[in-house]
Design a protein around this ligand. Structure first.
Ligand code: APR
Length: 307
């Protein structure tokens, strides 16, 4: 039985644990700094097992010892973005939290694969790689799959077709500089550039770029968690079941796409070793220019860190 830890039992963390348990991807440990809260949520989830029919254990804890031997650790611990707050505002607070969490991962789960979710994503994933000292193929950020799912949702809504048939591709940083790729976004294999006009695509792209902020504005006291937890769970599944799925994710680039030493969202192959391959797409000049802007924003974020 695989063992999966989710650090941070808030909206994203707890929903992820629920999805992982219901899919029986492994036993799950959910940890948080708030005493009693992960234990309460875990017990509640265990009591759903007879009804849902899942056969894995969910443990809530405040003790990092319990994460010992985890195959995958998902980091959702942090402060969620509030209305009006940019991802960059979060750097200071969340880098301290992620740094502390990583010290414990290094100590108790040194063989694990780490999936970072805490925002600002590309920066937090970089911190996690540095603080754990793990090989970059074992430290991955969840961003592109969520952004792609948002783009796919808007495409399906626009065409009135099933979201199941839409395959979207979004590259770049998880923020205002993400790079949705209409050329590589297809409905049952047909590029959307053949299905809708440029103006419509631009509108959907813009809504995708503001996808997180749109939800923050509506919720007022938190940020998205249903789609993020679905994206995390798909990544965990590809790793623990060694599915070799090709998904966009934030990974450490060492030369690919012309960048070195930063985390940025690109298509990767995910299996039980973590990142098995980084796929390099041929980009048009304007796509590359957008990606350059995205990479520049991530570089600036990294340069503000004192690690
Ligand atoms: N160790 C463990 N847990 C922590 C720590 C820490 N050092 N610091 C904070 N937490 C916990 C909080 O107690 C809280 O329960 O992290 C949890 C975060 O949950 P929420 O506030 O509900 O935030 P959530 O919506 O889940 O978002 C978490 O994911 O998508 C990103 O931007 C989002 O960075 C945010 C993260």
């Amino acid at each position: 039985m695989k063992k999966i830890t989710v650090v941070g039992a808030g909206f994203v963390g707890a929903t992820t644990v629920q999805r992982i348990a219901e899919k029986e991807l492994g036993d799950v440990v959910m940890t948080d700094i708030i005493e009693g809260m992960p234990q309460g949520k875990a017990l509640d989830m265990m009591q759903s097992a007879p009804i849902e029919g899942f056969n894995v254990e969910v443990l809530g804890t405040n003790d990092y010892k319990d994460i010992e031997g985890s195959d995958v650790v998902v980091i959702t611990a942090g402060i969620a973005r509030k209305p009006g707050m940019t991802r960059e505002d979060l750097i200071k607070i969340n880098s301290k939290i992620v740094g502390d969490v990583c010290e414990n991962i290094k100590k108790y789960a040194p063989e694990s694969i780490v999936i970072v979710v805490t925002n600002p994503l590309d920066i937090m994933t970089y911190i996690a790689m540095k603080k754990t000292g793990f090989h970059p193929s074992r430290v991955i950020g969840m961003s592109g799959l969520l952004d792609s799912a948002r783009f796919a949702t808007f495409v399906a809504m626009e065409l009135g077709c099933s979201p199941k048939d839409v395959d979207a591709m979004v590259l770049g940083g998880h923020g205002d500089t993400m790079v949705p790729l209409p050329r590589h976004t297809t409905v049952s294999g047909v590029p959307i550039t053949e299905l809708m006009d440029e103006e419509t695509i631009d509108k959907l792209v813009e809504r995708t770029v503001n996808g997180g902020a749109e939800i923050v504005e509506l919720l007022k006291t938190g940020s998205a968690f249903y789609a993020p937890s679905a994206a995390i769970t798909a990544m965990v599944e590809s790793i623990v079941r060694d599915q070799h799925r090709i998904l966009p994710a934030a990974v450490y680039l060492h030369g690919q796409y012309g960048y070195d030493g930063i985390y940025l969202g690109v298509p990767v192959k995910l299996g039980q070793q973590g990142v098995e391959a980084i796929l390099e797409l041929d980009l048009t000049e304007s796509e590359q220019a957008m990606l350059d802007k995205s990479a520049e924003a991530v570089k600036i974020g990294i340069s503000t860190l004192d690690i």
